[in-house]
Design a protein around this ligand. Structure first.
Ligand SMILES: Nc1ncnc2c1ncn2[C@@H]1O[C@H](COP(=O)(O)OP(=O)(O)OP(=O)(O)O)[C@@H](O)[C@H]1O
Length: 314
């Protein structure tokens, strides 16, 4: 009895659990039947093509969007740090990194300095955000998400606008944050094939959960090692699969045997995907821009989306 209680106490706490969640807009299920859970200290990575519902799933999971089906359970008092894919802000106004840190929360200079130190950009506190490189900008956003000491960190494409060396550094930083704080991380990857090696579970979305599993251990491909170096190989891993079904324009799924599955189906409704493939010749390019922080809905109207290309160019 005592052993069982000790085991239960030692087991990582489930921070958030989504069951069968779906969101329907304009007669179409953007996502449906998605199951997802993140425990303390765990890294869960969402992958999938553009428009496959990764951001939508993350937003439902943390409560920014209300699901039309399914339910989400969050741990009591859960603190969430969120870096959305797009930051909507008026970039025509000057904004220092230190000010960015306090836009949506009241934090004193020591807290701001500590958060910036933790992501390695304390020296940039008075720099203008517009002048940051892509990697520095993402670190600033990470610091902003971390300043509230979250239990769950949700990062929507945290390496966008960053070159591959920068990606490795950022993934290392994310791993360090997880190791140091024990927070759970829900990470959305812009890349279909490359995910953090430390990822515990990869969930592949395409409107629904196509497949999930642990990432394969790092690639041995000479091309890959040549491209990224052995350090990158220690950090990144490959996760590939083959779909055995087609997605119809209305969001339903047609299996290989021709059977069409209805709305809100779960993964078990269709056959499996093959995860046994090897090594991408070349990772994919980065998607559109932007980023931001806060579990609140992003501000609207005249704000502009930041262009990471522009940030990189500076
Ligand atoms: N509020 C909305 N109303 C209608 N359609 C929406 C809404 N939000 C998202 N969509 C659509 O839902 C689909 C999923 O969008 P989502 O941003 O979740 O995908 P994603 O996998 O994160 O894409 P990307 O990799 O391009 O960022 C897209 O086709 C998008 O156009």
């Amino acid at each position: 009895m005592k052993d069982r209680m000790e085991q239960a106490a030692a087991a990582p706490k489930t921070l958030v659990e989504a069951r069968g969640i779906g969101l329907r807009r304009a007669g179409r299920w953007l996502v449906s039947g998605v199951d997802l859970a993140v425990k303390a200290g765990e890294i869960v990575t969402l992958i999938g093509p553009n428009g496959s519902g990764k951001s939508t799933t993350a937003k439902i999971t943390i409560g920014i969007q209300k699901p039309d089906s399914g339910q989400v359970t969050r741990a009591r008092g859960l603190r969430i740090g969120y870096v959305p894919q797009k930051l909507t802000i008026d970039w025509t106004l000057p904004l220092t990194v230190a000010r960015l840190m306090t836009l949506t929360g009241r934090y004193g200079t020591p807290e701001v300095t500590q958060a910036l130190e933790e992501v390695g950009i304390a020296h940039l506190a008075q720099a203008e955000v517009q002048h940051l490189s892509g990697g520095e900008f993402q670190r600033a956003l990470l610091a902003r998400a971390m300043i509230g000491k979250p239990d769950l960190l949700v990062l929507d494409e945290p390496v966008q606008g960053v070159d591959f060396a920068g990606e490795v550094a950022l993934y290392n930083l994310i791993r360090e944050i997880r190791d140091r704080t024990g927070c759970g991380i829900l990470l959305i990857s812009h890349d279909l094939h490359v995910v953090m090696a430390e990822t515990d579970t990869v969930v592949c979305l395409n409107g629904h959960v196509c497949c999930r599993g642990t990432p394969e251990s790092v690639v041995t491909s000479p091309e890959y090692l040549q491209l990224f170096g052995s350090r990158a190989a220690e950090t990144l891993a490959v996760y590939r699969h083959h779909h055995d079904h087609t997605h119809l324009p209305d969001g339903r799924v047609q299996r290989a045997d021709g059977v069409i599955l209805g709305d809100g189906h779960a993964h078990g409704d269709h056959a499996h995907c093959d995860h046994s493939q090897q090594i991408p010749a070349e990772p994919q390019t980065l998607p559109e821009a932007g980023a931001g922080v806060s579990p609140l809905p992003e501000p609207a109207a005249k704000d502009q989306t930041r262009d990471p290309e522009a940030a990189n160019a500076r």
